[in-house]
Design a protein around this ligand. Structure first.
Ligand SMILES: [Zn+2]
Ligand SMILES: [Zn+2]
Length: 273
């Protein structure tokens, strides 16, 4: 089994067309490919316009049919907590993610660049990363009430620029508490992703979440899946080998897959890199 349910295309901020992604997935021997175009937001243009959303839905559905014998394709969307999508009807699944913190009608995108991250960390938080983490995770607690969300996206995206722990030690007790509270709140009924997106972008060497939080997820009986948050087809299975190793090491014996009948759990030994 080889799966990725976190895929972006030219319809939002990705580099490739949906069909290019499908062909790459087939070449890389994926069994399941899910598209997760950024759901429309009204504060930025990285996401799909309302008009493009319609086209995206039609195109992915057409590809599902066209490649039915070669790969299982799912139509999803990555919903940002600042803009709830009212109708799940067209979609097979939804990823719920937090990309920004909003205050006084100003939006701070936490993953845009190191410079932007540092600017807001300084101006809004006086360099107190813990305060920032609290504000960020409060949004994940909000997602708890959004029943349409199946997968929790990159729960610690705020550490995109923290590989060297220059902003926070991953094991700082205050930080661990904030993150484990979020896992406690969401872990019973949602699927967390192990997300390799920042590795492809060169800012991290390890996936989200960091290893000890992944171990905590395991301890709490949470479900997980592996996704590449792919914006460029060459990275469709970025670091799958290393991530699978990390997932096994954390003690997981299964991961979630999306079938035509919804999410199911599959033995970890079935997964390939
Ligand atoms: Zn995202
Ligand atoms: Zn994404």
């Amino acid at each position: 089994m080889k799966q990725n349910l976190h895929t972006h295309t030219v319809y939002c901020d990705g580099n490739d067309t949906p069909e290019e992604m499908v062909q790459t997935a087939i070449a890389k021997k994926f069994d399941i490919l899910g598209f997760s175009g950024h759901g429309h937001v009204d504060y930025d243009d990285y996401a799909m316009s309302l008009e493009d959303t319609e086209k995206y839905i039609r195109e992915v559905n057409a590809l599902k049919e066209k490649y039915r014998d070669q790969i299982q394709i799912h139509l999803g969307t990555e919903v940002d907590v600042l803009y709830r999508i009212p109708d799940k009807t067209p979609y097979d699944y939804m990823i719920g993610s937090v990309h920004c913190i909003e205050k006084d009608n100003t939006v701070f995108p936490v993953d845009y660049s190191k410079e932007v991250f540092e600017k807001y960390l300084q101006e809004w938080y006086n360099n107190d990363f813990i305060q920032l983490a609290e504000d960020y995770c409060a949004y994940y607690h909000t997602l708890k009430t959004w029943e349409e969300i199946d997968i929790i996206g990159h729960i610690d995206l705020i550490t995109k620029y923290n590989e060297d722990e220059s902003y926070i030690r991953f094991e700082d007790p205050s930080y661990v508490k904030i993150m484990t509270d979020a896992v406690d709140d969401l872990g019973n009924d949602r699927i967390f992703e192990v997300n390799t997106g920042a590795i492809a972008r060169g800012t991290r060497r390890t996936p989200y979440p960091w290893f000890n939080l992944l171990c905590y997820m395991k301890e709490k009986g949470a479900r997980i899946m592996l996704n590449s948050d792919c914006h460029s087809r060459d990275y469709l299975d970025c670091c799958y080998r290393e991530s699978l190793e990390m997932i096994r090491k954390a003690g997981f014996t299964s991961m979630a897959v999306l079938t035509d009948n919804g999410f199911a759990d599959m033995d970890i030994d079935q997964f390939t890199e």
